[in-house]
Design a protein. Structure first.
Length: 138
């Protein structure tokens, strides 16, 4: 069994956004040489997320609107913001969407279902953040 590790950096120009990262992950799978195994992709920051869904703009906008409804940006609403930050909503949004995804690798390719793509969700952007891609297998 072997392993492979790669970090990608993302600096989203806005506070919120969704970025498709499927191509970067597929490139890492190819670089790894792993034909059969597992690929972990996770956000290495507590105010961003990695998730799998459809690559459709309307859905992405609906998702951002839904998250904003559940955890609205409101600096005075959250106890966390009393520490001098204003990003409590971003922490909550990350908790809803999650930290990571794991995708099977079969015959050297990500083993997706129909329409599945990998996305990075940014909820406190305008600075560099990292995403870990970790593969294990043969």
């Amino acid at each position: 069994m072997k392993s492979f590790r790669k970090i990608i950096e993302i600096n989203h120009p806005k506070k919120y956004g969704i970025i498709r990262i499927t191509d970067e992950v597929e490139k890492a799978v190819k670089e790894s040489g792993i034909k059969e195994g597992l690929c972990l992709v996770n956000s290495m920051h507590v105010t961003s997320s990695v998730f799998i869904n459809d690559n459709e703009f309307g859905l992405h906008q609906d998702l951002l609107d839904w998250l904003e409804n559940l955890a609205p940006y409101s600096p005075s609403k959250y106890r966390h913001n009393r520490t001098g930050e204003d990003n409590a909503d971003a922490h909550l949004k990350r908790s809803i969407l999650g930290r990571e995804v794991v995708i099977a690798v079969t015959n050297g390719k990500l083993d997706f279902g129909p329409w599945e793509e990998i996305f990075y969700g940014e909820f406190d952007g305008q600075r560099v953040k990292r995403v870990l891609i970790k593969l294990i297998g043969e």
